[in-house]
Design a protein around this ligand. Sequence first.
Ligand code: MG
Ligand code: MG
Length: 270
Amino acid sequence: MSLQKTLEEIELIRESALLVSKTLGVLAKEIKEGVTTLMLDKIAEEFIRDNDATPGFLGLYDFPNTLCTSPNSQVVHGIPNNEPLKNGDIISIDCGVLKNNFYGDHAYTFAVGEVSDDIKKLLKVTKESLYIGIKEFKLGNRVGDIGFAIQNHCEKSGYGVVRELVGHGIGKIMHEKPEIPNYGRKGTGKKLQEGMVVAIEPMINMKTPKIIQHDDGWTITTRDNLPSVHFEHNIAIIEGQPEILSTFEYIYDSLKVSSNEEDEFHNYFS
Ligand code: MG
Ligand code: MG
């Protein structure tokens, strides 16, 4: 299968990526103390189906839900449950949809109420690393340039870059080639091509990069039980440059924060 998509295919992936972005925007209004991740999962599934799409994760590799909900020391792949969120928690929400035969896959880590300054910094640096990685996703670069940039930015703050889980190509299949690690060496790996579409998704731990896979076959936590943060965008190379197909703007609107994704992104381009 070609790693290069046509502009028409990229538009369909953008449609799916935007639906996931809107879904996370809807959830952003609901995330507060006392809410359970199973409640969020139901809201997300209904919203996706109301928009003529199907949840992309439900049934994929036999995953049981619409959302992966991973609080605090859970890195990714947490299964929604009846445990209420608490003030000071963080909750990573990863969501996929399938619409018009193309997938979107997008994630955000939310603060529940007031979180500690240490966690605020982990959230900020991880989100920065996402944009810094995206900046490298362009013609003339290689896969290793993306991972190098993300790793370098996060390790400067003493954070741990998870090795076992990586970003990926996306299209008619949720996880396509190439793998996009969040670590790497400059100038190594596959050459980036016009029309490539990938998910870049730093999974960054407060301290150790080491993780544990739990007995449910899904949940992954940090080995030291310290927090972990995850942000994910879908990006295409168009005319040689990265174009982000998903957006955090719906989340920012719901949270009534003044952040502007366009500005955040261009800060790392200047
Ligand atoms: Mg994802
Ligand atoms: Mg992904």
